[in-house]
Design a protein around this ligand. Structure first.
Ligand code: IMP
Ligand code: MG
Length: 188
């Protein structure tokens, strides 16, 4: 696997800015859910780093759960349309305050499928917290209660987000130079 420096176009959101914003989101969530029960549902795998940082900034007692959804495979840069649930929850969310924790909302299709499914299970409330919002690409409207950053229409990686499953570990969000990335890929 190549070093990310070979195809990093720019660092879009540095580590310090991410941490500062996550702390602000944690503060807002703590305020809004004070005195209430709270269930954070993280969508694997992209939302993991955001979840673990966010939950450390949330002061209300809460529970975490995970779901996995497959929207597109390695080598693809767009959602196929229909999201498939590949890992479902272990708990009943009925009458719980659910906050869905996502890495990025692009077309909005993945989130719409997940929201449809979860709302059919009758939670007390259902809200969305996304780190990134690629708003220019939206195809279906989604209700976002908490948003970290609105970003331009570029493919990003790091801080949980993958580039063909790699590089999720980087502490910043970077933009990939797709031309350099694919050129490199074809020479390995
Ligand atoms: P949507 O269904 O088009 O909104 O796609 C959302 C999902 O696509 C996200 O949960 C991510 O997993 C993935 N995704 C969208 N844009 C990017 C990106 O720029 N980098 C990495 N993953 C992305
Ligand atoms: Mg994702």
């Amino acid at each position: 696997m190549r070093d990310y420096h070979d195809f990093l176009k720019e660092i879009l959101i540095p580590e310090a800015a991410l941490q500062k914003r996550v702390a602000e989101l944690g503060e807002a969530v703590s305020r809004d859910y004070a005195g209430q029960d709270l269930l954070l549902i993280c969508i694997l795998r992209g939302g993991v780093m955001f979840l673990t940082d966010l939950m450390r900034q949330i002061r209300v007692p809460h529970v975490i759960e995970f779901m996995a959804v497959s929207s597109y495979g390695v080598g693809r840069r767009e959602t196929s349309g229909q999201a498939r649930i590949t890992l479902d929850l272990n708990t009943n969310i009925r009458d719980h305050n659910v906050l869905l924790v996502e890495d990025i909302i692009d077309s909005g299709r993945t989130l719409t499928s997940v929201l449809d499914l979860l709302s059919s299970r009758k939670p007390k409330s259902l809200e969305v917290c996304t780190l990134l919002d690629k708003w220019e690409r939206r195809e279906v409207d989604v209700p976002i209660k908490y948003c970290g950053f609105q970003i331009p229409d570029e493919f990003v990686f790091g801080y949980g987000l993958d580039l063909d499953e790699y590089h999720r570990n980087l502490p910043f969000v970077g933009v990939v130079d797709l031309e350099k990335y694919s050129k490199e890929a074809s020479t390995v």
